[in-house]
Write a protein that binds this ligand. Structure first.
Ligand code: ADP
Ligand code: CA
Length: 424
């Protein structure tokens, strides 16, 4: 009998999960709060079910039990940040392998994350969490600049660097509104909603990322990537290059911090996506850990194309209790190539007319995949609002230096054209 996985709310434009499931003979049942019709055409998908996982999470858990009787799932998997907590609760309810629901919430709630890291002896940015505007007075004496962000945000939406108390108050109002409009809806936990406003010290050194996997408390770093040195005021995601062109001892230090972070959150099983920045002393400071594969296929591609580890395959094997000495512990010594993903900057806002340069990128020998999420004719607002990625380009290179050259090529080649500027 082929193994069956319930795949919770996948991004359909990202091919990796579907292709790898198909290669491994795994059957997928897509469970989504959106119209599921389109998903039926994807490789390995044998069924699609609608569940209101954000609108009515408790009811969706009950309905899932009936779906389990129908499909008899071997595993349940989420790849999107907002569905991580619900999926953990679902695995628990069905008695399937999963992340503990408390650890899943700790990885969604950046305020709780700060507390747990600190308790585990990790250095954290100085921070304060606010629930109401009348608490803003506590922030007068903060050191500026500092970061204001939603405590359960994603895609950098709402994250802002502020220079003084007046800007902080404005950013707070903005994030509070975003919480009401978006994040409260995506921040369900059985113990209550966890969407708040987090204000914290700005860590301004280079940014890194580590993809991780844990099995029964044994946590391994699968790679380390460089993410630029973003200076704000908004934090549009851009580059991801692994391995980074830095000293091996720094990479080890960053990976050890990420592993300690996983353990601090109780993420003793499953995937982790950890983002860190170096402070002025060169100490890696964790910004966050997501209890999932990093976004839009970037995590899987960068791990596989640089380190030859099939990240999604590993996840499938863990979910279905089919790990063997061949895939666990992962062989992280086989570094052969550099890999990158590059999220195209918006480069403007308003109505998207067109994107030029894709043909030239397609022809470049380092290009492996181009994912096109853009919708010409759609209105895109500037950051800190987020209306979706445009293009993600995945590359493979003979060295990290060639990866840096490739980024320059992409920046000068791909261009957006906008009509009707957005007026705020
Ligand atoms: P999201 O979950 O929306 O990705 P993050 O907390 O990861 O939110 O913030 C998005 C980006 O904003 C980070 O990748 C980083 O570049 C920047 N950022 C967030 N918090 C800080 C901080 N305390 N210091 C420096 N940069 C930060
Ligand atoms: Ca992030």
């Amino acid at each position: 009998m082929p193994l069956r996985i319930a795949l919770i709310h996948p991004t359909l434009g990202v091919p990796f999960i579907f292709d790898i499931a198909s290669r491994n003979g795994i059957e997928l049942i897509v469970i989504s709060p959106d119209d599921t019709a389109e998903a039926e055409a994807f490789p390995a998908v044998i069924g699609c079910e609608f569940l209101p996982i954000y609108d009515a999470p408790e009811q969706a858990l009950t309905s899932l039990e009936a779906l389990h009787k129908k499909w008899n799932f071997d595993g349940i998997m989420s790849v999107k940040e907002p569905s991580v907590v619900w999926t953990a609760a679902a695995a628990n309810r069905l008695g399937l392998p999963g992340i503990s629901p408390d650890a899943a919430m700790a990885a969604r709630d950046k305020s709780m994350m700060r507390r747990l890291f600190e308790e585990a002896g990790l250095t954290v940015p100085r921070n304060i969490t606010l629930e109401h505007s009348n608490e803003l007075e506590h922030c007068r004496s903060l050191t500026f600049p500092c970061i204001v962000k939603p405590s359960s945000g994603l895609n950098s939406a709402g994250v802002q660097l502020v220079q003084d108390f007046a800007q902080l108050c404005k950013a707070f109002t903005y994030v509070e509104q975003l919480n009401q409009d978006v994040y409260r809806h995506l921040s369900w936990h059985q113990s209550g909603n966890f969407a708040k406003v987090l204000i914290e010290e700005f860590i301004n050194g280079p940014e890194f990322v580590v993809e991780l996997f844990a099995v029964d408390g044994e946590v391994h770093a699968l790679n380390c990537g460089y993410k630029g040195i973003p200076q704000g005021p908004y934090f549009e995601e851009s580059v991801y290059l692994c391995p980074p062109d830095v000293e091996p001892t720094l990479i080890t230090n960053i990976q050890h911090t990420a592993i300690a972070g996983m353990k601090a959150l109780g993420l003793t099983n499953g995937p982790g996506h950890c983002e860190l920045r170096l402070n002025h002393e060169g100490t890696p400071i964790i910004l966050e850990i997501g209890a999932r594969l990093g976004g839009a296929g970037c995590a899987h591609f960068n791990v596989e194309a640089s380190n030859r580890i099939d990240f999604i395959g590993l996840y499938f094997h863990w979910l279905t209790n089919t790990l063997t000495p061949e895939n666990w512990p992962p062989d992280t010594t086989g570094l052969s190539k550099a890999a990158s993903s590059w999220i195209m900057p918006l480069g403007g806002s308003g109505v998207l007319l067109s994107i030029k340069g894709l043909d030239a990128v397609n022809k470049h020998p380092d290009t492996r995949y181009i994912l096109d999420f853009s919708h010409p004719g759609k209105h895109y607002r500037p950051y800190p609002d987020f209306d979706g990625f445009l293009i993600i380009v995945f590359g493979q290179h003979n060295s990290p230096q060639m990866g840096e050259e490739y980024f320059k090529f992409l920046e000068s080649t791909l261009k957006t054209h906008w009509g009707q500027q957005h007026v705020k």
